[in-house]
Design a protein around this ligand. Structure first.
Ligand code: ZN
Length: 461
């Protein structure tokens, strides 16, 4: 069916790359700004350029105060919304082999900031719409591309948009993974605090320092120790015998003990090796008046990625286990202790319920605890909408289509009915948010084709 679609996309592949070059050239990091351009001039210019491409192709466009723009394929209320974004994460030139804002094609890949996240996929949708329009393929219901301007800094663009317009009854974002992400776990970032007695001049733990952001497993954790025998500390690190942890002990006026592990995203703590929990397990065994550090180590023993010791472990079949990762810890010289945990929980739980349990268990250990909760996101995998997306994916790729549950949140987390549908294919790595971000030209072509077939399937029912 629709063989002419792929021919059209093939004939316009060079043009698509040229347009992507135009969009990638904008250093469109969203920066909250007073005035006409709420996220800065660069994102606004990128939105203008995108809407101009659609207008040139004869499509109806609308600018929602530079929070977002829309592109409609036909008249009438849209049955399907597709939600992409034009802002990007910063790209300091360090570490890039090509200039980040000059799209560079080599070895069949297009390199540049925003290539995969999310300018390339957003353009793939626009080209899918153009193909349908220019070939005159029948469409019963309208489809609307919504191009947002601040996904990377928290999505206030969609709050604004929804004050003006409701989302269409079917909604997907090309800003996640294939086949379909229909489950995004809830989040329960939690913060612990306690006060330690000031250390005496002779002995004690002077400071602890680990982690900088709550959603990253710390690769390094350091403690400054006063009055301990180096040999004794060294022996404790040996006794601990923690796989994947390297210890560095430096002698000076005080001892400095550093644990070196491996970083990972906070939603997948089992992929890293948490230097902080390793360090705490050794500090817990040191003599001295630092009970709150021992308490933290009891709640988050090294290797416990699922909140077992903290009393919040749970799982369900559709979303898998809760994950918990203690990612930040600061003990200052005045004895104040602050720590933070990233936690992602299954759809069968609620933020309030888990927060209450965690607080009780932390307080029983003498730690104050507060949590911020974001409820999980879930769209029925048996719905006609999701089943249609999976079928189109299977037909167009020959790969098996099944729903995915993730610990992270996508652009549609706070929507009623949205799912993520591409652009990342299983097992591929595109350096998203990192230097040398790229989209394979084959992925760009496949995305345009899959999105065109998805629009035709969903808007003709
Ligand atoms: Zn994105």
């Amino acid at each position: 069916m629709y063989e002419q679609l792929d021919r059209w996309l093939e004939q316009h592949s060079e043009e698509l790359i040229e347009d992507l070059k135009t969009l990638v050239a904008f250093d469109s990091v969203a920066v909250p700004t007073e005035g006409e351009h709420p996220y800065g001039d660069a994102v606004a210019a990128c939105l203008d350029a995108t809407l101009a491409l659609a207008a040139k192709a004869g499509m109806r466009t609308r600018n929602f105060g530079y929070h977002a723009g829309t592109i409609d394929l036909t008249d009438g209320e849209p049955a399907l919304g597709i939600l992409g974004h034009l802002d990007v994460v910063p790209a300091p030139a360090d570490g890039w082999d090509t200039p980040p804002f000059t799209l560079t094609v080599k070895h069949g890949n297009a390199y540049g900031r925003g290539a995969i996240d999310d300018k390339g996929p957003t353009l793939a949708v626009l080209y899918a719409m153009r193909a349908i329009k220019e070939l005159g393929l029948p469409l019963k219901h309208n489809v609307r591309l919504i191009a947002g301007c601040c996904e990377e800094i928290g999505g206030a663009d969609m709050v604004y948009y929804q004050q003006q317009q409701a989302f269409p009854p079917m909604l997907f974002t090309p800003d996640g993974n294939f086949p379909v992400i229909n489950i995004e776990k809830g989040r329960l970032p939690s913060y612990f605090s306690a006060k330690l007695p000031p250390i005496s001049d002779k002995a004690g733990i002077v400071s602890v320092n680990a982690g900088s952001v709550i959603n990253a497993v710390p690769a390094e954790a350091t403690a400054v120790l006063r009055g301990y025998e180096p040999a004794a500390v060294d022996a404790l690190t040996r006794d601990a015998a923690l796989d994947g942890i390297r210890w560095v002990l430096t002698e000076g006026k005080d001892l400095t003990l550093t644990a070196i592990g491996a970083a990972a995203h906070g939603s997948t703590p089992d992929k890293g090796c948490n230097a902080l929990t390793a360090l705490l397990s050794v500090l817990a065994k040191l003599e001295g008046d630092h009970e709150p550090l021992r308490a933290l180590s009891r709640l988050f023993p090294h290797g416990d990625h699922s909140g077992v010791a903290a009393g919040i472990a749970c799982r369900d079949e559709v979303s898998g286990p809760l994950t918990a990762s203690l990612d930040i810890c600061r003990l200052s010289a005045d004895g104040s202790l602050e720590a933070a945990m990233d936690c992602r929980f299954p759809v069968s739980e609620t933020a309030d319920g888990l927060a209450a349990t965690l607080r009780l268990n932390a307080e029983a250990e003498g730690l104050a605890c507060r949590s911020d909760g974001v409820e999980p996101h879930y769209v029925d995998s048996d719905s006609h909408f999701v089943q249609t997306l999976l079928r189109v994916y299977e037909q167009q790729t020959g790969l098996s289509g099944e729903c995915l549950a993730i610990g992270g949140g996508t652009y549609v987390h706070d929507t009623e009915n949205g799912v993520a549908f591409g652009p990342e294919f299983p097992g591929e790595e595109y350096h998203m948010h990192a230097p040398n971000e790229f989209i394979p030209l084959e992925t760009l072509r496949r995305c345009a084709s899959i999105y065109a077939h998805a629009i035709l399937a969903l808007c003709n029912d």
